[in-house]
Design a protein around this ligand. Structure first.
Ligand code: TXA
Ligand code: MG
Length: 292
């Protein structure tokens, strides 16, 4: 199904067969839990009796939208393979009209990003078909408007903490929470978000993240339309360096284009501000560079 962030591989939360199929299709490690997508926040009441401070305020301010909230749940209310045996569950209300319509009709759906585990996420029907085959059933909702996954906030040790950077910048929560959520947690208890442990977003191509270009000839440069670059055989544009949202929208398509064109080495312009949504761009590229 389409969402405003990336396409999701959707399945019923009641169906063990669907859950198993999703993990096996994606080749996803079973220790990596899934997000439950709902049409309305009231649907979450069946999974949890008490809600952390500011849960309602966050939901009211950001849903429908690219925010995922992880909260403690009643373990018996949700199949353990969805939450990877944790006693918490991730929820979000996607903003794409087709996703909402589907959720209103069929009820809550689990939906990890619709890509093979480790690959760049899919932001169009063509991307989904490239990972799962041209016969794969896709509800075509066009190109995803955000192009990167939801930001994840996790309630842990009396604070909202970042589980994943995403389509909402961490600063955006300051006015509501009174602090900026960070990845840190007080005690060394391992990562808050299992997904952080696994390889992600990576094309087959080798990526060089560069902060200065030499006067060489490069096989492939991934850069910005408003900058000058040395000689190159291929150029893949991320759009203007002044428009971070557009850059994020194009990012996974650019990474996938490298493999479509059988490009083995790419030099990516890494000269961007270390703040706001650019932090999501930087983090995705760092992960994408990691090798199997
Ligand atoms: O934008 C999105 O969130 C997309 C669209 C389809 O909604 N979905 C998505 O799902 O990105 P997925 O499965 O690719 O990523 C879910 C992330 C993983 O990193 C997982 O570890 C984390 O959410 N997560 C899920 N449940 C969690 C939990 N109980 N505690 C901590 N992290 C959790
Ligand atoms: Mg994913």
């Amino acid at each position: 199904m389409p969402t405003e962030t990336v396409y999701g591989l959707a399945g019923s939360i009641e169906s063990r067969a669907a859950i198993a199929a999703i993990f096996s299709l994606k080749k996803r490690p079973p220790q990596n839990p899934l997000i439950v997508h709902v049409a309305e926040a009231s649907e979450i009441l069946r999974f949890s009796k008490t809600f952390p401070p500011f849960f309602k305020e966050l939901a009211d301010a950001f849903w429908p939208g690219p925010l995922t909230l992880v909260i403690p749940v009643e373990p018996a209310s949700i199949l353990p393979e969805i939450r990877a045996e944790l006693f918490t569950q991730a929820f979000r209300i996607p903003a794409h009209p087709l996703a909402r319509e589907l959720l209103f009709r069929v009820g809550p759906l689990i939906a990890p990003s619709a890509n093979l585990s480790g690959r760049p996420s899919a932001v169009s029907r063509a991307h989904v078909e490239s990972d799962f085959g041209s016969d794969f059933p896709v509800l075509d909702g066009g190109e995803c408007q955000k192009g990167v996954e939801s930001t994840i906030l996790i309630w842990s040790e009396e604070k909202w903490r970042l589980g994943r950077l995403g389509a909402i910048a961490a600063e955006a929560f300051i006015s509501l929470l009174g602090y900026e959520p960070t990845f840190s947690q007080p005690q060394a208890k391992g990562p808050l978000c299992p997904g952080q442990l696994f390889r992600h977003y990576a094309p087959d191509a080798n990526l060089h993240l560069v902060t200065s270009f030499e006067e060489l000839s490069y096989p492939c440069i991934v850069g910005f339309s408003d900058r000058m670059y040395p000689a190159h055989s291929h150029f893949i544009s991320l759009g203007s360096s002044l428009a971070v949202e557009e850059v994020l929208r194009r990012l996974y398509s650019a990474l996938r284009e490298l493999d479509e064109k059988n490009i083995e080495e790419a030099w990516i312009d890494y000269r961007v501000p270390k703040k706001g949504l650019w932090l999501t761009f930087l983090e995705r590229l760092q992960k994408a560079r990691e090798k199997r």
